[in-house]
Structures are given as structure tokens and as C-alpha cells.
Design a protein around this ligand. Structure first.
Ligand SMILES: NC(=O)c1ccc[n+]([C@@H]2O[C@H](COP(=O)([O-])OP(=O)(O)OC[C@H]3O[C@@H](n4cnc5c(N)ncnc54)[C@H](OP(=O)(O)O)[C@@H]3O)[C@@H](O)[C@H]2O)c1
Length: 313
């Protein structure tokens, strides 16, 4: 392991001088709160300085406890850590945005949020039930609010000073263009599924053109079939550069100009996912040209309903 390689410490500047986002991020979509707290603490200890949260994950409190305990220990300061969280679909009505934001801040025990994202562009019926359905089990959408109206409420959070930057998640190019065109404060971050099987080159080009950071989730393919980490191009490069397949996929993500999120509850893998190093240019080209499988693992972008659906083989 070379220690001189600084790829893992890459920080990407955000719009409007609202800071810089560490490219190497840890996702907190972990169902069990005890495991969430432990994994968050381990991630901080091994070096992660970017944490992705969401009210929908129902574990912001556990993340907040982990952050507080590590901050109190004195080894990491609040200002060294980038904390983002997301507005859930049931809170798109403008009057619901600030209360949802404040509730997240309170659970996370932070005064300011480094980035607040609209979790999906789909508004659900407002209320306390995060997954409102009719008698037939169909999602109850809310046609009474436009995405741009929700965006304006996020802009007000930036004006208020407790939210440093804002962004979108689970959007395609069309919705992103719509918000970019109407926004007074442009999106700083767009979080979407992306990995070598879903490179999203067109979206990445648009983001770069507009100074938006593309933040890739499921950067390791979420352990689903077809398994990205078993791809012969990825495993071949891993052997050549003496890295693991996961480290190859994650280095690729940073070197092509995106930030990424991974999640693990296994301490050895949490460390592995942080300890990435720069790939040679020929490996970058090989991934671009020779990985031809194309898969979207998470259909949330089509419906606003979260979840990974295992593929039928
Ligand atoms: N905006 C959205 O709608 C959305 C949707 C999904 C996710 N996200 C965010 O993105 C984050 C990451 O997403 P994800 O969980 O799909 O990411 P991922 O890292 O692609 O997948 C996580 C899975 O990979 C395994 N894994 C992790 N590191 C590994 C390694 N080095 N080698 C082999 N397997 C490894 C984990 O298993 P173990 O735990 O057993 O190690 C877990 O099963 C989430 O936590 C969340 O913050 C956002």
C-alpha cells in the first residue's frame, strides 16, 4: 500500500464557494441502528470524512450519536466532516421542508448540514407515513407540488445559513435540466446510482459543464448480480495493480471526476474502501472501453420508491 498516494483525500469544490466535498464518502443506509453507529465510528476512524444520511433511512440518530462520540474523543473535528442528508418524498410541500430539515439536524446533532438533497424528484402524499399507499398497494403521489417549488424552499435553507449547499438525488437529465434552468441557487451535488456497469457519461458531462458534483451511489454494484466485483476486466486490473476489485472500481470513480458512496458493516471492508490509490491511465481506458455490461440495480429513479430488486437470472 503506497501512503504517498493522495487519491483518497480528494476534495471537489462545490458551487458558490459552499465548501468542498470529500470524494470518498460513506453511506449510512444500514437498517440496524446499532450496526449504523458502529459502522459510522469505524468509518471515521479509518479516515472517511464524508457521510451520506437521509430521514428515510430512519437512523440519523445513530449516525448523530457516532459523530458526537468521535468528536468528543478529540481526534476528529466537526469542521473536518462533510455531513449530508435528504428530504424525503412526503415532505416536498414547501411548508414541510424547513421542519423536515430541522428534524434531521436535530437527530444528527449538527448545527449546519453541508449538503441537503431532495431524495427523489417524486412527491408522495404529505404526512407522517413515509410510504403512503392505497388499498391496492399503489403509491400515493402528490400532484399538488412541483419539483421547482420544493427547490425554492431548499434555496431558502441556504439563505438561512444552516445549509451550506443543496442538491438532487435520483434524477435523470430532464429533471436536472429543469431545476438548473429555474434555480437561483444551482444544485451543487447530484446523487445517482453509478458504477462501471452504469457509468452515466452523459449526465456526468452535463454535471461537469454546470459545475455540479456527481455523487455515485451503489459504487460497488450493491453486491447484486451480475457482480461488478467479479467482472473479468475489474479483477484483471486488480491483480495487475495489486489492489482489490472494490478498490479498482472506487479509484475509477474518483479519477473520472465523481465522488462516491459505499456502505459496509464489515470493518475490514470499510478500511479497504477508504484505502484507494490512483490507477494507471491504461486501466482507466480499459474500464471505459472493455466493460460493456449495462445494469441499473435500483429502480428508485423511475418511481421514487427505494430499494434494490435482485435480478432474475
Ligand atoms: N439516493 C438514493 O436513492 C440512494 C439509494 C441507495 C443508496 N444510497 C446511498 O449510497 C450508499 C451506498 O450504496 P450501496 O449500499 O448500494 O453501496 P455499495 O457499496 O455498492 O453496496 C454495499 C454492499 O456491498 C458490500 N461491500 C461493501 N464494500 C465491499 C467490498 N470492499 N468488497 C465486497 N463487498 C463490499 C456490502 O456488504 P457488507 O456490509 O457485508 O460489507 C453491501 O452488501 C448508501 O448507504 C446510501 O447512503 C442512496
Amino acid at each position: 500500500m503506497t501512503t504517498q498516494d493522495t487519491l483518497r483525500y480528494t476534495r471537489i469544490p462545490l458551487q458558490h464557494g459552499s465548501g468542498a466535498i470529500p470524494a470518498v464518502g460513506f453511506g449510512t443506509l444500514i437498517p440496524d441502528p446499532v450496526a449504523t453507529k458502529q459502522a459510522t465510528k469505524t468509518a471515521l476512524e479509518v479516515g472517511f470524512r464524508h457521510f451520506d444520511c437521509a430521514e428515510r433511512y430512519r437512523n440519523e440518530q445513530a449516525v448523530g450519536e457516532a459523530l458526537q462520540e468521535v468528536f468528543k474523543g478529540g481526534t476528529v473535528r466537526r469542521e473536518d466532516v462533510f455531513v449530508s442528508t435528504k428530504l424525503w418524498n412526503t415532505n416536498h410541500r414547501p411548508e414541510r421542508v424547513k421542519p423536515a430539515f430541522d428534524a434531521s439536524r436535530q437527530r444528527l446533532r449538527v448545527d449546519t448540514v453541508d449538503c441537503y438533497l431532495i431524495h427523489t424528484p417524486f412527491a408522495f402524499q404529505p404526512g407522517d407515513d413515509q410510504d403512503p399507499r392505497d388499498d391496492q398497494g399503489r403509491v400515493l403521489y402528490d400532484s399538488g407540488v412541483a419539483l421547482v417549488e420544493t427547490w425554492r424552499a431548499l434555496e431558502s435553507l441556504v439563505d438561512g445559513g444552516q445549509c451550506k449547499s443543496i442538491g438532487l438525488s435520483d434524477v435523470g437529465l430532464d429533471r436536472l435540466r429543469e431545476v438548473v434552468a429555474a434555480a437561483r441557487i444551482k444544485p451543487a451535488v447530484v446523487q445517482v446510482e453509478s458504477h462501471p456497469y452504469l457509468p452515466e457519461w452523459e449526465l456526468l458531462d452535463f454535471c461537469k459543464e454546470h459545475g455540479i458534483v456527481l455523487l455515485a451511489f451503489a459504487a460497488l454494484g450493491h453486491s447484486l448480480e451480475p457482480r461488478l466485483l467479479d467482472d473479468p476486466v475489474i479483477t484483471g486490473i486488480a491483480r495487475r495493480v495489486d489492489k482489490t476489485p472494490a478498490q479498482v472500481a472506487l479509484a475509477w470513480a474518483v479519477q473520472r471526476g465523481t465522488a462516491f458512496l459505499t456502505t459496509s458493516t464489515t470493518p475490514r471492508r470499510i478500511r479497504e474502501n477508504f484505502e484507494i490509490s490512483t490507477l494507471p491511465e491504461d486501466a482507466m481506458r480499459e474500464i471505459r472501453d472493455r466493460v460493456t455490461t449495462r445494469v441499473r440495480f435500483n429502480p428508485v429513479v423511475e418511481t421514487g420508491v427505494p430499494g434494490f430488486i435482485p435480478r432474475v437470472r
